[in-house]
Design a protein around this ligand. Structure first.
Ligand SMILES: N[C@@H](CCC(=O)N[C@@H](CS)C(=O)NCC(=O)O)C(=O)O
Length: 226
């Protein structure tokens, strides 16, 4: 009996986090071409089972993506979705991770993407001097990941925005923030990043980052898909 109890306890410790998710309860509406992969990425990092549904029709009040259905709850806004998953299903969640998720949505997003009133990306400020980016650059000088140097939901939020920058801004040159660039590479190299964002996105981030680290002088035409 004792042996059986120890075995059960051992098995429950070894269970991946996703075991906390009731089968079939998480439905994510989105697509690789939107910002929904940042949610896919996190779900896959914590091994949470989910069903990916096409972007439309969806239950988002503004008809946007991503939107998550968890049983009878409907959660929209990517940051709110990440925090919902983190607090409900991630055994390694701790509150300081939440601050970085909100920071990514409210402070980092507008630095990474200058948009017009229709939401079209016109450029980035990530390659310009910025007090907040200096703090992030300093933090990443001796940490691989943002909170307690362990990969968490904070990285899914922060690295997703950073890694969209080369995609939307082929002319940006991030050579002055090498620790952030190495962090972008580190996150893009994670197998679950590739399965969420796709091989092309990953490869583009990796080759642009390599270029930034060697001065950012490569002919921009090699990234011709944009
Ligand atoms: N702040 C929202 C932004 C959502 C958003 O802009 N989604 C885009 C795709 S990335 C969308 O659905 N656009 C279509 C529309 O606005 O009708 C979030 O973080 O979830």
């Amino acid at each position: 009996m004792l042996l059986f109890t120890i075995l059960l306890l051992g098995l429950s410790i070894l269970q991946p986090t996703g075991a906390l998710v009731p089968a079939g309860s998480l439905k994510l509406y989105g697509s690789q071409g939107s910002r929904s992969p940042l949610v896919n990425w996190y779900l896959e990092e914590i091994n949470a089972p989910y069903t990916l549904l096409p972007p439309r029709p969806n239950p988002h009040p503004f008809n946007q993506v991503p939107v998550l259905e968890d049983g009878s709850s409907i959660i929209f806004e990517s940051g709110a979705i990440l925090l919902h998953i983190a607090t409900k299903y991630d055994e390694k969640y701790e509150p300081s991770q939440s601050s970085w998720v909100v920071w990514a949505n409210t402070c980092l997003d507008p630095i990474c993407f200058k948009e017009n009133e229709r939401g079209q990306v016109l450029g980035t400020s990530l390659d310009q001097p910025n007090r907040r980016i200096d703090v992030l650059e300093q933090l990443l000088s001796d940490n691989d990941y943002i909170v307690n140097n362990e990969f968490s939901v904070a990285d899914c939020a922060v690295a997703s925005y950073l890694n969209y920058v080369p995609l939307f801004n082929p002319d940006a040159n991030l050579k002055n923030i090498p620790n952030i660039v190495k962090y972008m590479q580190r996150c893009a190299s994670r197998p679950k990043f590739e399965s969420a964002f796709g091989e092309n996105h990953k490869q583009l981030v990796l080759s642009k980052c390599e270029d930034y680290l060697s001065g950012g002088t490569k002919d921009k035409k090699i990234f011709g898909i944009f």
